[in-house]
Ligand binder design. Structure first.
Ligand code: C2E
Ligand code: CA
Ligand code: CA
Length: 958
């Protein structure tokens, strides 16, 4: 073989693998592109879903709050109602409308104008809301008022007398969702849609060419049904769209716990061709260049010596291997040998450089998408994006600048060690500033690329840029809601890195960032709307002070000062109504504001307007006489309300606070209010709240001390009261009732000591003792051949005590009887104090095998829907119902409660039966068991066996 032939072979042998390596590197790049595309789609759809879920959840809160607003009640002024709804709607772009419907289905008021007499009684959501106590959701439909596709969430409003007085609703727009996705400036050919559980299109962007008829499911590619049929809540897949385009789709199911009638999907699809475009172009171009260089080389190889060819070729191959292994900084330089090798190496280096630049852009794109998902505030988002550009993208520095009127304002930057970016600000007003990337992008509203800062049109900047290692720059406009609000500018250390493909990717990234800014602003607006709602619900609109509701909440959490006496004062403005009537509403408001201002002067820890003509304040120190006098001294000075002066007749009620075993804030406030009213006729014009109050507290305090000492000892015993099963006529259980025999004071009723135990933290030890006594009693009964379940009462505090479950478990370990023999009674109000926590506690009790009964049922406000979700065994109808059983209305209520309980599989026990003649009636109404003096009074535990021996079920007269 001649030297020339050998050379040709050598070139082929080394150059072909080189080509293959380069090819595989580029195909890895293409895979990255696909993956970045899928990630981007998922990022957008997740962000979108977050906002969507947030909108739904906030709508729920909004509706619950709306149901409590007096301005929306029947009989309220309809213009005020419309205006208030308009206000609430304004800050919520996800909602198409808000409204209130009368019980007959006619619209009472709405944020959007409507035809008077509009009737929605045929809509499913309205009917469902009227029948439910919970939030309901309708199907997606075209709104009668809005004309857009939306789903209505609705909630019934119940008056204080328990009857329905209307339904509040919110229309959640479906189009809004796709509009938002549209504003993410997706590449051409992208789609976004909202699908219902049957994969029918609820809304889509762009609108389908041949819209499916209502309720019809489009002919999806099988990949859709496969991906969305699986259990995953989110994912990506490749499929052909309805228009035949191959796309990568990302989907998310909005959280199932939301009160929507049916599950549904948010989907975004990006066309594969657009994702791969830049990489395919590169692959083609770079391969072309290499092929030409190789061809030339091959032709010439014949004339080149063996060593001239093989050595440089080997060197090239090594570099190619490094590149393929991921080292994108590897460069061939001048490999020596023939001139053609230099060309080959240069082609190779250019390809490697392109790959590096592209990778940087790609890393920024996907890193940026992760940042977007975090749901940061706007400033945090901008900072994070700049950091990602420097840290993940490997760029020299990055900044975000916003347009500010005619000027500009730096918002965030990263990687600016030399202070170059900051120094740029000085030039923003130069005549030629528009030719530099940031102002160029902002004011020219297009991407501005500067691939070599040395050729910049502003020479003063050149040297500074080169000195700080910024050789190339790109300014990308940020478009939010159709307007350029600023620019994202990136600087790179290498000149020429912003080629057409990089620009395309970075523009995508800038659009994503703009989308992120839009959503961050939206979140912010939601927050503002909520603050406004809080303001409405918790503040007095005239003085801006907290209202009564808020006052009580804050009071309950107020840490009373450890020393000195804190007092609660209620100020009553006795002649306010006369003054307001004479002055007119505007002056009346001004007077209240002036009163608030003077009260502020006392530096109260808390100040609130608790009623039209009443203020409440907490003062941290001083004795009880002086604060009241201070208040009066301030309010007794005339109020100048030009052109006249007004004299107010204020009176004050004072209640000391911070005492141990003090009554609840509500009680205190009530007592102080009464005192303030009574003080109107006193010469001093102030009065301590309930003269006995202090006396009572001292006694409570003493009793609490004695209770603590007595706990665990023999002063405590159990009485039991039997329960009669109406069906079998036999005793089916007993309730254990605590008894305290005080050595000096005699028998103290539980109604008295349970309350004290609850407010002094002694209820834990008390309950543990009762449980222990019940266990002993149960064993003694069992030994006597008596197999009766024993019901024990548990307080709200016990229920939320982490010790309860371990205690019960230990107790059951030493309990020789099946766990079903121990019943737990919890009052309805205790459960409702913290429904979520309570549900968990009930679940734990059920897991222990303990049947739970809801005590004093009917006195709380638990909704039927809520009851259904609780693991309960039965309810005990409160004594009040049985006492009023002669009234037909009460009978109807009892029957309804029994029917409901039956439907839920719950046992119904009637408490406090004193009249044996009512047994038959109770049975007829659907009660299962009764308890009361008519059967037996509570008796000492050991007296039960004797009593049972003599027991004969009362005859049931039908
Ligand atoms: P409760 O759980 O509703 O218990 C029933 C109360 O009604 C008992 O009062 C019982 O004597 C009374 N009662 C039963 N039948 C009749 C009747 O026909 N007419 C009338 N007027 N009353 C009847 P008691 O024993 O004074 O207990 C009062 C409350 O004290 C109980 O109400 C319960 O909430 C609480 N309590 C009693 N023992 C305990 C205990 O060990 N732990 C806890 N946490 N609370 C207890
Ligand atoms: Ca009970
Ligand atoms: Ca009860």
């Amino acid at each position: 073989m001649g030297l020339a032939t050998t050379a040709v072979f050598a070139v082929l042998l080394i150059a072909l693998p080189l080509l293959a390596l380069l090819g595989s590197g580029l195909s890895a790049l293409r895979q990255t592109a696909d993956q970045a595309g899928a990630e981007r789609a998922l990022g957008i759809v997740r962000l979108e879903t977050q906002i969507y879920e947030q909108t739904l959840a906030e709508t729920r809160t909004l509706l619950t709050a709306m149901a409590a607003l007096p301005q929306l009640r029947p009989g309220a002024d309809s213009r005020t109602c419309n205006a208030l709804l308009g206000d609430l709607l304004e800050a919520r772009p996800g909602l198409a409308n808000l409204g209130v419907v009368n019980t007959d289905g006619t619209l009472r008021c709405s944020a959007l104008p409507f035809r008077s007499g509009l009737d929605v009684s045929h809509r499913g959501w309205f009917r469902a809301a009227m029948e439910s106590d919970d939030l309901v959701a309708g199907d997606y439909q075209v709104g009668l008022i809005t004309g857009v596709a939306s789903t209505n969430l609705a909630y019934a409003v119940t008056g204080s007398d328990g009857t329905r007085n209307g339904v509040v609703f919110a229309a959640v727009s479906a189009d809004w969702l796709t509009e938002k996705i549209q504003s993410a400036a997706l590449p051409a050919g992208a789609t976004a849609a909202l699908l219902d559980s049957g994969l029918r299109l609820i809304a889509s962007h762009p609108a389908p060419a041949a819209p499916a008829r209502h309720g019809e499911r489009p002919a999806w590619d099988p990949a859709f049904t496969q991906a969305l049929g699986a259990d995953a809540r989110a994912g990506t897949f490749e499929a052909r769209g309805l228009d035949g385009t191959q796309r990568v789709y990302a989907y998310v199911a909005p959280q199932a716990s939301l009160p929507l009638a049916k599950p549904h999907w948010v989907i975004v699809g990006l066309p594969l061709a657009a994702l791969r475009g830049p990489y395919e172009a590169i692959i083609q171009r770079q391969f072309g260049q290499l092929a030409i260089a190789l061809g030339v080389l091959l032709v010439l190889a014949g004339g080149i010596s063996h060593f001239d060819a093989v050595r440089p070729a080997r060197r090239l191959a090594r570099v190619a291997q490094r590149v393929a292994a991921g080292d994108t900084t590897a460069r061939a330089g001048d490999p020596g040998g023939a001139r053609e090798f230099l060309e080959l190496a240069q082609g190779f280096d250019a390809a490697a450089q392109r790959a590096t630049a592209l990778l940087a852009a790609l890393r920024l794109l996907s890193g940026g998408n992760r940042v977007l998902l975090r749901g940061d505030t706007e400033p945090a988002l901008l900072e994070a994006m700049c950091r990602v550009a420097v840290e993940a993208g490997g760029y020299r520095s990055a900044q975000v600048v916003y347009r500010h009127g005619d000027g500009m304002q730096l918002q965030a930057l990263a990687g600016d060690e030399g202070g170059f970016l900051r120094s740029l600000e000085m030039h923003w007003n130069d005549a030629r500033a528009g030719e530099t990337p940031t102002p160029g992008a902002i004011f020219g509203a297009r991407t501005m690329v500067l691939n070599d800062t040395l050729t910049s049109a502003v020479p003063a900047l050149n040297q500074a840029a080169v000195r700080t290692g910024m050789r190339a720059a790109i300014g990308l406009p940020l478009r939010v809601e159709g307007k350029v609000i600023g620019a994202f500018t990136i600087y790179a250390a290498q000149p020429g890195v912003f080629g057409a493909q990089e620009v395309e990717i970075l523009e995508e990234m800038a659009d994503d960032l703009a989308f992120g800014i839009t959503t961050a602003r939206l979140r912010e607006r939601h927050l503002e709307a909520d603050t406004r709602l809080q303001q409405l619900l918790y503040h007095d609109q005239v003085t801006g002070l907290p209202n009564r509701r808020r006052f009580l909440e804050e009071f309950a959490h107020w840490p009373a000062p450890p020393t000195g006496q804190a007092v609660l004062l209620v100020v009553y403005l006795g002649n306010y109504w006369d003054v307001a009537a004479a002055l007119g509403p505007a002056q009346g408001d001004a007077l209240l504001q002036a009163v608030a201002e003077r009260l502020h002067g006392l530096r109260p820890a808390l100040l609130a307007r608790i009623a039209q003509a009443e203020f409440a304040l907490l003062l941290a120190d001083g004795d009880a006489a002086h604060p009241a006098q201070d208040v009066l001294a301030r309010l007794n000075r005339p109020f100048p309300l030009p052109p006249i002066q007004v004299d107010l007749e204020a009176s004050v009620g004072v209640a000391p606070i911070g005492q141990p075993a003090a009554p609840t804030p509500e009680h205190l406030l009530q007592a102080a209010r009464l005192a303030a009213r009574e003080a109107r006729h006193d010469p001093a014009r102030w009065r301590p709240a309930d003269r006995d109050l202090e006396q009572q507290w001292t006694e409570r305090l003493a009793l609490a001390g004695e209770l603590r000492a007595a706990l665990g000892g023999p002063e405590f015993t159990l009485h039991v009261q039997p329960l009669l099963d109406l069906h079998s006529g036999t005793i089916c259980a007993v309730e254990a009732l605590a008894r305290w025999q005080h050595p000096r004071r005699g028998a103290i009723p539980p109604a008295r000591f349970i309350g004290i135990a609850e407010s002094t933290g002694l209820i834990g030890p008390l309950t543990w003792q009762v449980l222990e006594l019940a266990r002993e009693l149960g064993s003694r009964y069992a030994a006597a051949g008596l197999e009766l379940p024993i019901a024990v009462n548990i307080s709200a505090q016990n229920l939320h005590d982490a010790e309860l479950i371990p205690r019960l478990r230990a107790l059951l370990d030493g309990w020789s009887l099946p766990p079903g023999r121990l019943h737990i009674e919890i009052t309805e109000t205790a459960l409702m104090a913290d429904p979520t926590l309570s549900r968990r506690a009930l679940q734990a009790l059920r897991e222990l095998g303990l049947p739970v009964y809801l005590d004093d049922f009917g006195t709380g406000y638990s909704s039927l829907a809520y009851l259904r979700e609780l693991p309960l065994s039965g309810i005990k109808l409160d004594r009040a119902f049985i006492a009023a059983l002669h009234e037909p209305a009460t009978q109807r209520i009892v029957r309804a409660m029994c029917e409901l309980a039956d439907a839920l599989g719950l046992t119904v026990i009637a408490e406090g039966l004193e009249d044996p003649d009512q047994l038959a009636l109770l049975e007829k109404l659907g009660c299962h068991a009764v308890q009361g003096y008519a059967i037996a009074r509570p008796m000492p535990g050991e007296a039960l066996t004797d009593w049972l021996r003599g027991f004969r079920a009362p005859a049931r007269r039908h």
